[in-house]
Design a protein around this ligand. Sequence first.
Ligand SMILES: [Zn+2]
Ligand SMILES: [Zn+2]
Length: 342
Amino acid sequence: MKAAMLYGVKDLRIEDIEVPKVGPGEVLVKVKAATTCGTDLKIFKRGYVSRVIKLPTVFGHEWAGEVAEVGEGVSWPKVGMRVRAGNSAPCLRCKMCQKGCYNLCEDMIWLWGAYAEYIKIPARMVLVNMQEIPSNLSYEEAALTEPLACVLHGIEKAEVRLGDTVAILGAGPIGLMHLLCAKRLGASKTIIIDLIEERLEFAEKLGADETVNAGEKNVVNEVRKLTDSYGADVVIEAIGLPQTWEQALKLVRRGGTVLEFGGCPPDTEIKISTELLHYDQIRVMGAFHATPFHFKKALNLIASGTINVKPLITRRMPLEKIKEAFDLLLTSKKDIKIAIIP
Ligand SMILES: [Zn+2]
Ligand SMILES: [Zn+2]
């Protein structure tokens, strides 16, 4: 089969590799669509791989497809079923899992290899994080279950409420998904902040009430202006830079919540004023990944049309052109997500 193999920084090649052999409990899926993701782009660009991925490797983690083969002892799913799965499966047994923090599982298994003709799903993932795709849903939309699951996990923790003002730093795919969710949760004013004008226009089309170009305006002043000088009820950082993590703290109102969502490079530290935490009583939180519960819920929200992720897929490209797709995402900021079709 054809598969994209990552060898190092910006070194992504299409190769012929063997179709994985299916063992007991495992499932082989023919990938019908895989979507590009900021995490993949980060790894492609920085080669930051230590804890997440070992090189050379199959690559890509957002996908949906059709069951091609099932291993011994698998009663569900059936061959031919439309499914999505992963990209993680908690063990359900470690201390974190037993406390209900499935996203923090100490024995998590991760699945890579979406940019390929076939992908093999480990037995544990078949059991805890594989879902059938409703018939009305396209494969490419179903592939977006993974990022939406992470966003749901974060925004639920941040407790956005009816009538809240929500400021979001970053109008990439994750920032835009936070925007879609914040609108649905009843935010009365959403403010999107980014450096790229095209991205801000895109956010407006998706329903952003206000946009701020951080390259042209003083972000703190602008957000104050837009919030009667109080600051936003909830601020979401969806970039993953220490500067914007710190900036987020300055955009929130007293007693408000900051969700630091974007992952920074290893060993990054930020400064935080104790006054903000004490006198202004702001709540600062992180959110890592998602739980099987969020994956299931994300798929349902996409299928029901509650969260319309379709506009986020701005281009489709064949698997053979995967390198081009990533080069494009690095250079042009016009595309949000590219669906790779094997
Ligand atoms: Zn992703
Ligand atoms: Zn666990």
